[in-house]
Design a binder for this molecule. Structure first.
Ligand code: LIP
Length: 298
């Protein structure tokens, strides 16, 4: 099977893009790269999972597909926009031709950084479960302005540009209309470290009796898109990396949700909370009372 990975090198023949780019132009680049990347991941899954190793703990897996997808995306982005920088989950920060130079502006003061999770939901990918995604965000001078999340098994795709709204396969998203906290369906996730999982279970035990129910899909990027779509009412998770939520966080915000940390902090490793304005206050209050951003999970 000839994987599209070689396509990235073919793109090198086309003239690279230069000059400041709009969020819409950056989104078009992201979508054009993510679609074949998701095809590569899906084909590699069909051919069987190879090269499985672990990272932070013995359950934090990475596969040959994670690495192949990140290499593909980095190659395609460097062909399309040479000089941009890339932060990827597997290979860290770099430009196409080496380690990321500090403060490098690629176009007229516009410094573009791509933030990539090559396969978000790697455990689901390992178990061939239908929720895992390629997540790619474009950050300009420190602000995420465009993002795409593409579910690998189903081809479902969510996109957003800052100020331009967010879309599920082209349909505008506006989040959930649920107004009653006790009837809210929440999604969350858990880290790989056992101490953190024990503390996350403590928070979950305190929250579960207060809401309708909890869902744990196993991919933060997809969780954030489902809450943007209104298929879940709100989402929270502690311990995420930037690449888990950079694209999905913009997609949720552009659907009209509040996407933050706790007590005035921005969304980040302490906590990511995404909820419609009506559900945000009671969920925020409950998470603060349960010290969801602290505890052993810190
Ligand atoms: C995963 C997240 C998920 C979280 C997992 C893990 P990965 O990312 O998407 O929400 O609960 O612990 O962090 O490791 O599959 O890229």
């Amino acid at each position: 099977m000839k994987y599209p990975e070689s396509a990235a090198k073919d793109k090198a023949q086309s003239p690279p893009r230069t000059g400041p780019a709009s969020p819409e132009e950056l989104l078009a680049v992201a979508v054009a790269v993510v679609r074949p990347a998701a095809d590569l991941a899906r084909q590699m899954r069909t051919d069987g999972v190879f090269g499985v190793s672990t990272k932070s703990t013995d359950t934090d897996v990475v596969t040959a597909a994670d690495r192949a997808v990140e290499r593909y995306v980095a190659g395609a982005l460097s062909a399309a926009r040479p000089g941009d920088t890339i932060l990827g989950e597997e290979f860290g920060a770099a430009t196409a031709d080496g380690p990321e130079p500090a403060g490098r502006a690629s176009d007229g003061g516009q410094r573009v950084r791509w933030i990539l999770d090559p396969i978000d939901g790697t455990v689901n990918y390992l178990y061939d479960l239908p929720v895992c995604a390629v997540s790619l965000a474009a950050e300009v001078n420190g602000t995420v302005v465009a993002g795409v999340v593409r579910n690998i098994p189903t081809g479902g795709e969510w996109t957003a540009t800052r100020g331009g709204g967010s879309y599920a396969d082209g349909r505008r998203m506006t989040g959930s209309e649920q107004t009653v906290f006790g009837q809210a369906l929440l999604a969350t996730g858990f880290g790989y470290a056992r101490e953190r999982r024990a503390d996350q279970a403590r928070v979950l035990a305190g929250l579960l009796p207060q809401v309708r129910d909890i869902r744990r899909f196993g991919a933060a990027a997809v969780d954030l898109c489902l809450v943007a779509e209104g298929k879940i009412d709100a989402y929270y998770e502690q311990g995420l990396n930037l690449w888990d939520h950079a694209a999905g966080g913009l997609i949720a915000a552009e659907a009209g949700l509040l996407v933050t940390g706790l007590e005035g902090k921005p969304a980040g490793p302490d906590l990511v909370l995404a909820a419609p304005p009506v559900l945000y206050p009671p969920l925020h209050e409950a998470l603060v009372a349960l010290d969801a951003a602290g505890g052993a999970g810190r």
